[in-house]
Design a protein around this ligand. Structure first.
Ligand code: GLU
Length: 412
């Protein structure tokens, strides 16, 4: 069984070695402080189902590091959620916020539950239970949850509302809220559009023209990325989700596909498409893994046809697969850069909540793309100068900043 956290730490350790942390900071134990999260909160959430029966779920919030600011990170509802995964996702948040220079640390939360099996009233009760157990650990300047897989604006509204019952009215306690209660314009599509923004930078650098794209995962990230690309006239030849993979070498109509998914619950059977067995290794020039961890592994990395992989999901590529892709000359835009659009606009939402002044959508997007392009350029320059992959460059920049902040804050 692959441990997402071990995979992430392998990269952290490798990069720390390259950066000679043990010589530079002999007394600060930088890597050790990243291996053990600041705080792990693990508890049982009980729920009374609509029929009166009781259900019990493992629930988590991992506060990984607040060395750069309040803890920040999403809340995942998925049956596969476990402590190892939440720890990995929290560590990636620490690295992501450091890389894009926003004043937050890293955290992640989740419940091991399939939200599709619950009614809306059951879900609301569960979110409120979860929040009430966390009221002493979250807050607008302590730890700020957000959406992730299986949660969205609706769940964030319940978190906000439950928190205010126990503590104070604090819009900035959670981001990704509905716009009506203090959410930011542009937050919903931010992760997907950010994936496209960094992808276009890579496409430009590689001098790719007339390329085709395959999108694995058609949730909030994958569908918004695909829609943005389709509107730009880019040909999306394959899309996959939990119901299956679909293919059309002439390009899929993404607007119609989104309408179809709303009706049918998934991409399977979309008119004009043919089923596809394997989307990771399908014929395309750019692959966007936008679903979850460890989908690109040793065994399929060798068969990938794409020249460019842009990681919309967190941790989709195992370290082993990463080496294979590097060896084969496939460019990978790493997750902590490619999918940072979500947390960047979460930061803008938090700022707007503090100011009580709300920005136009165009302003949000302009700032988002400017920051992502600037970060891409920093990562790409570092990679070229030091002859390393974009992932090693991104990890180096993030870890360099984290280490300096740890040293600045002292040992006591
Ligand atoms: N869950 C998203 C991520 O993995 C967003 C986190 C946030 O907005 O705080 O980056």
């Amino acid at each position: 069984m692959l441990s997402a956290f071990d995979n992430a730490m392998t990269l952290v350790e490798g990069t720390a070695k390259l950066l000679k942390f043990s010589e530079k900071y002999p007394t600060h134990k930088i890597v050790e402080r990243l291996r053990i999260p600041d705080k792990i909160i693990m508890f049982r959430s009980t729920l009374q189902k609509d029929d009166g029966r009781m259900a019990v779920y493992s629930s988590f919030r991992v506060q990984h590091s607040d060395v750069l600011g309040p803890y920040k990170g999403g809340t995942r509802f998925d049956e596969r959620v476990d402590l190892d995964e939440v720890k990995a996702l929290a560590l990636w948040m620490t690295l992501k916020t450091a890389l894009v220079n926003i004043p937050f640390g890293g955290a992640k939360g989740g419940i091991s539950v399939d939200p599709k099996k619950l009614s809306e009233t059951e879900l609301e009760r569960l979110v409120r239970k979860y929040t009430s157990r966390l009221v002493s650990d979250i807050g607008p300047s302590v730890d700020i949850p957000a959406p992730d897989m299986g949660t969205g604006a609706r769940e964030m509204a319940w978190i906000y509302d439950e928190y205010r019952k126990h503590r104070e009215v604090a819009k900035g306690v959670v981001t990704g809220k509905p716009v009506e209660i203090g959410g930011s314009l542009g937050r919903l599509a931010a992760t997907g559009k950010g994936v496209v923004c960094t992808m276009l930078e890579a496409v430009r650098e590689l001098g790719m023209e007339d390329y085709t794209v395959a999108v694995q995962g058609f949730g909030n990230v994958g569908s918004h990325a695909a829609l943005d690309l389709w509107k730009r006239g880019v040909s999306i030849v394959a899309v996959g989700d939990v119901t299956g993979n679909i293919h059309n070498p002439e390009g899929l109509d993404i607007e119609e596909l989104i309408t179809y998914c709303k009706k049918k619950g998934g991409v399977k059977g979309f008119p004009g498409s043919t089923p596809l067995k394997n989307i990771i290794s399908c014929q395309c020039d750019v692959l966007l893994p936008c679903a979850m961890e460890n989908v690109i592994r040793g065994r399929n990395a060798r068969h990938i046809k794409a020249k460019l992989v842009v990681e919309g999901a967190n941790g989709p590529t195992t370290p082993n697969a990463d080496s294979i892709l590097e060896e084969r000359g496939v460019t990978v835009v790493p997750d902590i850069l490619a999918n940072a659009g979500g947390v960047i606009v979460s930061y803008y939402e938090w700022v707007q909540n503090r100011e009580g002044f709300y920005w136009e959508e165009a302003d949000v997007e302009e700032r988002l793309f400017k920051l992502l392009r600037k970060t891409y350029a920093r990562v790409s320059d570092y990679a070229n100068t030091n002859q390393v992959s974009l992932r090693t460059a991104a990890y180096s920049l993030a870890l360099g900043k984290i280490a300096k902040a740890m040293v600045a804050r002292g040992i006591q």
